[in-house]
Write a protein that binds this ligand. Structure first.
Ligand code: ZN
Length: 445
């Protein structure tokens, strides 16, 4: 999967920050007490004893970290869903938005809009990065490395090893797919087990001593504990991305309710609908990915020139950021990247745009399963389900195209429960698209 350099450059500091913070969570108060106290003068809501123990968990990707409590302040870093930062205080801007001050690296603080973060209670923040049980007295972050080494040498009787069964397997900075990838490993490799944890969807993760100085997390389904029966092993993982284009609409809430009922997260490639303003935030609030489709959806404007394309894309990008706070970099071209209609306005423009958006830090997603709901008005629900069934084939990762377009797509809403049930029955797990997701792009393998 191709990632853009620009994106990488921007994301790396934030990723590193997330890693450092997750490792140092229990230490921060010791080293930083003085700092925090001196800074607390400017906090509106913070109260000193809580400062050290509360966290802000990022709930959408990507999220901008700014130098001050307001959108007018510069973006100093970007972070992503699932990342956790020490909470330092909060403040309201003049529009009434609440901003959280966070410790985003060990030496830097920043601000994040509250619509993109969940502020945890003191009680829930203490044990997210517990050390292996062999080190009850472990109190400092630095010991994370040293203490786990101790495990392998002095507590041999208690040491368990994890053997990798998948190939290749990502090693991540935390127990969840939302955490950044810090490396990869392959089938048959053995690592010391440091901890086990379940993520919010109930998937088990193993904390391993990845290198002599680094720890990491691997998904439980891709490894097993040495000597224990390998029951959870799966050779492959099937992922389904449900995607809804052209919304929001009068159907959005109905779609969100169905997704909630099935506990499924999806992706909405939105366009501009001034009358649907509140629905953009609702998509984000319910944990889905809001992504960019077009402001006008007018091919004659979008595909006339590269300039025309960006003027439209920037408008929807900024509108979405204004109403939700999400700085989305995930896009879908109107008509898909393989559309030929664009040739009417500018021959060969898609080739130009495909490479151009990547250079500009955007990730474009097409689809590999179409519900066919765009082929007419209210195509029978049974036909939509049939299209999905025949479109899946043997594909391991599926991106299912549907539309959130109001009255002409009522049957999409009607078909959605049966589509979800069918896909789930085939063994797929549903995920919202993030910047780490597999790119399904027409004409690219
Ligand atoms: Zn569209």
């Amino acid at each position: 999967m191709k990632r853009k350099n620009i994106l990488k450059k921007i994301l790396c500091p934030a990723i590193a920050a997330g890693l450092v913070l997750s490792l140092t969570a229990c230490v921060m108060p010791l080293g930083q007490t003085k700092d925090l106290t001196s800074q607390s003068v400017e906090y509106v809501v913070a109260n000193a004893p809580q400062v050290s123990s509360r966290k802000v968990v990022i709930k959408a990707s990507p999220a901008n970290i700014r130098s001050g409590a307001g959108k007018k302040y510069s973006v100093i870093a970007r972070t992503s869903k699932g990342k956790e930062f020490a909470y330092l205080g909060s403040k309201k801007d003049k529009y009434g938005n609440v901003w959280y001050k966070i410790q985003y690296t060990s030496s830097k603080t920043g601000w994040i809009i509250s619509s993109l973060g969940i502020l945890t209670d003191t009680a829930t923040t203490t044990t997210t990065t517990t050390q292996a049980s062999e080190q009850p007295s472990s109190t400092t972050a630095v010991s994370s490395t040293t203490s786990s080494k101790t495990t392998t040498t002095t507590a041999a009787a208690k040491t368990k090893n994890v053997i990798i069964s998948g190939n290749p397997v990502n090693v991540r900075s935390g127990a969840g797919k939302n955490y950044s990838k810090i490396g990869s490993t392959s089938k048959g490799k053995k690592f010391t087990l440091l901890d086990t944890k379940k993520d919010s969807s109930g998937t088990k993760w193993y904390k391993i001593q990845y290198t002599s100085s680094k720890v990491g997390w691997i998904m439980g389904t891709l490894a097993y504990i040495e000597g224990e029966k390998n029951t959870t092993q799966k050779t492959s993982e099937k992922v389904a991305y449900l995607t809804f284009d052209d919304g929001p609409s009068i159907n959005t809430i109905k779609i969100l309710d169905i997704l909630d009922k099935y506990n499924v997260k999806a992706t909405f490639f939105v366009i501009y609908h001034g009358k649907m303003k509140s629905k953009y935030q609702e998509i984000v609030n319910r944990g889905h990915t809001i992504a960019l489709h077009s402001y006008t959806h007018d091919y004659s404007k979008i595909y006339k020139s590269e300039k025309g394309y960006y003027s439209d894309l920037n408008k929807i990008h900024d509108y979405v950021e204004d109403v939700t706070g999400v700085d989305s970099r995930i896009i879908r071209f109107p008509g898909g990247s393989s559309n030929t209609v664009s040739n009417r306005y500018n021959r060969g423009i898609m080739k130009t745009l495909k490479s151009s958006v990547e250079k500009n830090g955007y990730l474009y997603h097409d689809w590999n399963v179409s519900s066919g709901d765009a082929e007419g008005r209210n195509i029978k629900a049974s036909k939509l389900l049939k299209n999905v069934k025949s479109g899946i084939g043997k594909q391991k990762v599926i991106n299912v195209l549907m539309h959130d377009t109001g009255r002409s797509k009522m049957t999409t809403v009607e078909a959605l429960p049966s589509i979800i049930e069918y896909i789930r029955k085939q063994g797929y797990s549903f995920e919202a698209i993030t910047e780490d997701s597999t790119l399904i792009q027409h004409g690219r393998k």
